[in-house]
Design a protein around this ligand. Sequence first.
Ligand code: ZN
Length: 216
Amino acid sequence: MFEWTILTVGHLSRNKFWGEDEETAYRLPLATCILLRGEGETIIIDPSLPAKEMAEALLNNSGLHLEDVTRVYSTHFHYDHHVDLDSFPNARKFMPKIDVDYLKSHRDEVMGMWTMLRSENVDVLEYAEDHLVSGMSMVPMPGHTAGISAYVFDTPEGKAMATGDAVMTREFYQHNESYFYCWNMQQAIDSIHHIKGMADLIIPGHGQPFLEKTYA
Ligand SMILES: [Zn+2]
């Protein structure tokens, strides 16, 4: 059982459900970042902020410090879901295997695209599948990237699923739609259908948490 807290409510650089044009970046994206406490661990899913801002978000929402975090899990390799990994000096860092391997084998290309990524932060990544905490599971949700996976965990409110960008926001879930920036669109849509009914609470990659059955 885990207590959960949202550290940052994410948003998209453009949201077509708000009438925005997909060719235009209206703002920088921000991922939804989640703090989990339970099973003797303090876990961050999808760290979204540079060290100073992350320290403030953590302190303001939980009274904790960066040093208290024991594990960091990212849902996929896109840079906005593993920002400034070395801000957590005592945490091991995890990501789905397929995306870790992709990052390591396409390092130059990815660093060229996202200059804020640091090479040493890629080296510390371990395979999430091999290091889940008791009470956590993973559901592969290929499409947005090849390896993207949701983390599922029990909470006092029911079963929660942190989907990363497999579900962008509740509007995307409600309409069974994936984001335009996508590795395989058909697989991304299949993944959204696949998770229907699997959790009580969905915490999407770039928006507010929502009750699954309300938007299924
Ligand atoms: Zn992404």
